[in-house]
Ligand binder design. Structure first.
Ligand SMILES: Nc1ncnc2c1ncn2[C@@H]1O[C@H](COP(=O)(O)OP(=O)(O)O)[C@@H](O)[C@H]1O
Ligand SMILES: [Mg+2]
Length: 356
């Protein structure tokens, strides 16, 4: 029996989503193969071992549970796991074979956690420090995709240090991209801080809003067409799932649409020709490899209606895993049921152990 540490919550704007993902994952990890140690990170960054029930996790009240005790991941390789501080003042080491970080966004999906796992010498599910960090920052992802000739929507970016030059930035974006434009924080997720700007006034408001979430803001040409997603799974020989499509009920696929209203419609498989599907799946695997992903990533595309060109939008190294999430659904449609997918992800973390 292997012991797996499951981490959830986190100091991130996607904290609540992570708790939802964890509430779906935890009951589905096969218990005949794995013992679990659940450790949550509060919004203000405290680490607590949790042994309460899944309802408290799903509605994000888990940190009030009487079962919670302080429990931190030790960078000391001899511990190979957590150190729990008991109420009687004693400390206890908890060995784990691997960790499954069910964390989205900053301080979880961006390489920071992965660095800690690497330092501690503990195998972990998902991408390593570098790939996580690269995929988290849309400007860095975009530069590498441009370098490798993987097509994406034309883009420009501005940093907070240059905020006083936002007029010149608007001029440049208007010339290069045109309205409507998508404006987003370089580091975020779940559509938080993303807006569609239809004119200069909206553009300034959008930039302002995006700066509330990050010190770097990116503007992109709008790609009108279908929103397509591909689940990629594996280490050296990754495989691409059948494609999924999201027909958003809102103006675009925003936070409420993703997690609250549930008005968007999913199509699995996506409504594209077999030829187009093969083309997109090939690009997904290529992007996964050039960015150094391992374990899993959801690769998102915008397929332009007018031209039939697939533009890569982003890679999510720890995509949503809630019951309505695309990644597990795409794997399921490709023949890997949810508990098997979770086992596979854990096994992939061991495959990479020598490299840690
Ligand atoms: N260039 C674009 N053209 C058209 N729609 C876009 C574009 N960029 C983003 N969107 C819309 O905004 C949503 C959120 O943007 P995305 O880049 O995926 O950010 P996040 O990392 O927050 O998911 C997308 O799912 C899509 O609906
Ligand atoms: Mg997205």
């Amino acid at each position: 029996m292997k012991k797996i540490g499951v981490l959830f919550g986190g100091v991130s704007s996607e904290h609540a989503v992570s708790c939802l993902s964890a509430a779906s994952i935890i009951p589905n990890i096969p218990r005949n193969k794995y013992d679990l140690v659940l450790v949550g990170i509060t919004k203000d960054g405290r680490w607590l071992r949790f042994s309460g029930d899944m309802d408290a996790l799903a509605n994000d009240t888990w940190d009030q549970d009487p079962s919670c005790v302080p429990c931190i991941l030790s960078p000391d390789r001899a511990t190979h796991g957590f150190v729990q501080m008991n109420p009687d003042g004693t400390a206890e080491s908890i060995y784990v074979d691997a960790v499954f970080p069910v964390l989205h966004g900053k301080n979880g999906e961006d390489g920071t956690m992965q660095g800690l796992f690497m330092l501690a010498g503990i195998p972990f599910v998902g991408c390593d420090l570098l790939a996580s960090a690269v995929c988290m920052d849309k400007t860095v992802t975009d530069m590498l995709l441009d370098y490798h000739g993987i097509r994406r929507a034309e883009w420009r970016f501005i940093t907070k240090a240059n905020k006083d030059k936002v007029d010149a930035f608007a001029d440049e974006c208007e010339k290069a991209l045109g309205y409507p434009m998508f404006v987003k924080p370089a580091n975020a997720g779940s559509s938080i801080g993303v807006s569609k700007a239809r004119n200069r006034e909206e553009f300034f408001a959008a930039v302002e809003e995006a700066f509330r979430h990050d010190a770097k803001v990116i503007a992109e040409r709008e790609i009108v067409g279908q929103e397509i997603e591909c689940a990629v799974l594996g280490n050296d020989e990754p495989t691409a799932s059948v494609l999924g499509e999201i027909a958003s009920g809102a103006d675009f696929y925003d936070y409420d649409d993703k997690y609250i209203n549930d008005v968007s419609e999913l199509f699995i498989p996506a409504r594209v020709s077999e030829e187009k599907s093969d083309e997109i799946r090939k690009i997904a695997v290529e992007a996964y490899k050039v960015l150094g992903c391992t374990g899993l990533s959801r690769v998102d595309f915008l397929l332009e209606k007018a031209t039939g060109i697939p533009y890569l939008n982003e890679l999510n190294t720890l995509p949503g895993f809630t019951s309505i999430s695309m990644y597990p659904k795409l794997c399921d449609a490709s023949g890997i049921v949810y508990p098997d997918l979770l086992s596979k992800l854990i096994e992939l973390s061991f495959e990479r152990t020598e490299e840690i």
